[in-house]
Unconditional design. Structure first.
Length: 142
């Protein structure tokens, strides 16, 4: 199964934050959309970084209560690993395991087109395994 197949069913909405947004703004976005990470982009197309709830938690020991007014650009990850719609679900599962993160922005022709979370990958792999199991049961019963 390709990432393009997942995008077809879940859609290509990507929630983005501006690098100048504060951590309070970020928390509002994560809560409003019930998500764990947003892509940081000044123009909504080019990726400047990615910031997840983990970055917020990790910054608390050093920034303390002032953290809520810190800019997202100060806590985001700048080296973003991305994928393309032509990659497979298994390839993304491997990438997420290798890098220990749960989100992968999808890029096509240098533009941000979607984001895939570990939840999307688990759902797709479970559906694939269930299909295979049903086919095997049908085969054995013939
Ligand atoms: P996550 O597990 O996705 O909440 O993210 C854990 C850490 O990895 C955080 O520091 C994120 O900023 C970072 N991160 C998440 N996704 C990516 C990605 N695609 N590329 C680079 N860093 C990422």
């Amino acid at each position: 199964m390709l990432i393009a197949d997942i995008i077809r069913s879940k859609g290509s909405d990507v929630v983005t934050a501006s690098p100048n947004d504060t951590v309070a703004d970020l928390a509002g976005l994560l809560a409003e959309h019930r998500i764990g990470a947003v892509v940081v982009s000044g123009d909504g197309v080019t990726i400047d970084g990615i910031v997840s709830e983990r970055d917020v938690v990790r910054a608390i020991p050093t920034r303390g209560a002032d953290l809520i007014s810190v800019k997202v650009s100060e806590i985001m990850t700048r080296e973003v690993v991305t994928c393309t719609p032509k990659q497979t679900v298994v390839q993304l599962a491997d990438l997420m395991t290798q890098h220990r993160f749960r989100h992968l922005p999808v890029v096509e022709n240098d533009a941000l087109v979607a984001i895939i979370s570990i939840g999307d990958i688990v759902k797709a792999r479970t559906a694939l395994l269930e299909d295979e199991r049903d086919q095997l049961i049908d085969y054995v019963r013939q």
